[in-house]
Design a protein around this ligand. Structure first.
Ligand SMILES: Cc1cc2nc3c(=O)[nH]c(=O)nc-3n(C[C@H](O)[C@H](O)[C@H](O)COP(=O)(O)OP(=O)(O)OC[C@H]3O[C@@H](n4cnc5c(N)ncnc54)[C@H](O)[C@@H]3O)c2cc1C
Length: 405
């Protein structure tokens, strides 16, 4: 079919307008081509494992918001929940063949290998010390006016489904949730601003980040990052702006360090491929475990037999969010006390977490299982948490346990 000059941008799970290099490029090209129009494709990112219910809700909210904002300038957002971009393009080819397709990529601080892939470090401290160039600045959202139009695009096309409308509120209805936010980009940006600029959050982050209860002990940006409604370069840049105004205090430096942990795991996964997710991890030494399915089944229902852990699991099941400290306890108990296969626990987290991300999730589980990037575990014993001691340190008044059990 004869095509006008349509440029398609495949979002690849990056559900935002801010800091989208592919969208910027598409807009720049379209401005040089009279009559050119944009079309956005929201397809299933290549290789994505099934999202759990909490994350699907967040994704639907981000898509709905994006569709509304694009519709205001007449740009269609086509949603192919089951198709990859290649499959979606094949499906619509008889009706419309875009002149150009640009693909978005997952938001990272560095667009290319920050350290050579061939000698990529196995531990975080070497990664951090080896970094030379600073992260690239984010791109602002491009003006989209005049790039829409009367494209005859339809939800009747094979595989194309309506963008889900506003979602039922049930997970957020739990007033105890540490993540009571919607998943859309405006909410993500507002949360970032609140945490960095509109509150004491960032300044006190180093002291508060091991908290267990409430919205303010950490930034809560991970769910937005997981569905791409927030750019990590935008977060980094906002922290830098804060440091220009207030100086590089402990809180803001620590936040940068955590964002570098994210980066480290993303590039590690890319470096090691399937080995990264295998039982023996990057160390290639599968640990001893017992495949007790009944014990695992009870654990997935929040009935591990340990009250501290069960409170964490109840929070996870009810809201999809868990503090970093809580995740460490749960994983350590699963691996070292119950001696269950860490890959089972990791896979369950990937289904249950609202911020589930395969690289970050596996990276952390493998670290605690002693087969990943914990320097102590190379030839030594992995870290094991003494839960009673942890409770005294981080929740002496048992606030978390009382909230969830
Ligand atoms: C067993 C286990 C599983 C985990 N699974 C995931 C996961 O699937 N997805 C996920 O995003 N995080 C995961 N984490 C890391 C961490 O717990 C969460 O990123 C953090 O709790 C999210 O809340 P926040 O955004 O408020 O974090 P903040 O403390 O405010 O940190 C800001 C950002 O830094 C990054 N970050 C912080 N801690 C880590 C870390 N340990 N590893 C990598 N990046 C980090 C995240 O992008 C986070 O959003 C896991 C940790 C453990 C111990």
């Amino acid at each position: 079919m004869a095509d006008d000059f349509t440029i398609a941008v495949a979002l690849e799970g990056q559900l935002r307008l801010d800091d989208q290099p592919a969208l910027q490029e598409a807009v720049a090209l379209a401005r040089r081509q009279p009559g050119a129009r944009l079309l956005l494709l929201a397809c299933r990112p290549e290789g994505l494992r099934l999202r759990g219910p909490q994350q699907r809700r967040l994704e639907a909210e981000a898509l709905d918001s994006l569709r509304t904002r694009l519709a205001a300038v007449g740009i269609p957002l086509l949603h192919f929940p089951q198709h990859t971009t290649a499959q979606a393009l094949a499906a619509i080819a008889p009706e419309r063949r875009p002149a150009l397709v640009l693909q978005a990529h997952e938001s990272r601080l560095f667009a290319d290998w920050p350290l050579p892939a061939a000698t990529f470090p196995r531990v975080f401290s070497d990664f951090r010390r080896g970094l030379g160039t600073p992260p690239e600045p984010p791109l602002p959202p491009p003006p989209l006016d005049g790039l829409g139009g009367s494209l005859e695009v339809g939800e009747g096309w094979p595989g194309c489904a309506p963008v889900p409308g506003p979602q039922p509120f049930h997970p957020r209805a739990d007033p105890r949730s540490a993540f009571p936010f919607r998943g859309d980009e405006p909410t993500a940006l507002a949360r970032l601003q609140h945490y960095v600029v509109g509150s004491e959050g960032l300044r006190t982050y180093k002291a508060s980040r091991n908290g267990l209860v409430g919205t303010e002990f950490s930034s809560k940006v991970s769910p937005f990052l997981a569905i791409g409604s927030l750019s990590v370069r935008r977060i980094w840049h906002t922290v830098l702006r804060y440091q220009e105004l207030h100086g590089a205090d402990e809180g803001s430096e620590w936040m940068k360090q955590e964002l570098l942990w994210r980066e480290f795991f993303l590039w590690s996964e890319q470096c090691h491929g399937a080995r990264f997710h295998a039982p023996g991890g990057i160390q290639e030494r599968p640990p001893q475990w017992r495949e007790d399915r009944e014990c695992f089944r009870r654990w997935t229902r929040g009935d591990s037999g340990h009250p501290l852990i069960d409170a964490q699991l109840q929070e996870l099941l009810a809201t999809g969010y868990l503090s970093n400290r809580g995740r460490q306890w749960v994983a350590s108990h699963f691996i070292h006390d119950l001696r269950l296969p860490w890959i089972w626990g990791a896979r369950f987290f990937e289904w249950a977490l609202i911020d589930a991300h395969p690289a970050l999730n596996t990276g952390n589980w493998a670290y605690l299982a002693g087969v990943g990037s914990d320097p102590r575990s190379f030839g030594g014993t992995p870290r094991r948490f003494n839960l009673e001691r942890q409770q005294q340190l981080y929740d002496p008044e048992e606030r978390h346990r009382q909230l969830w059990l």
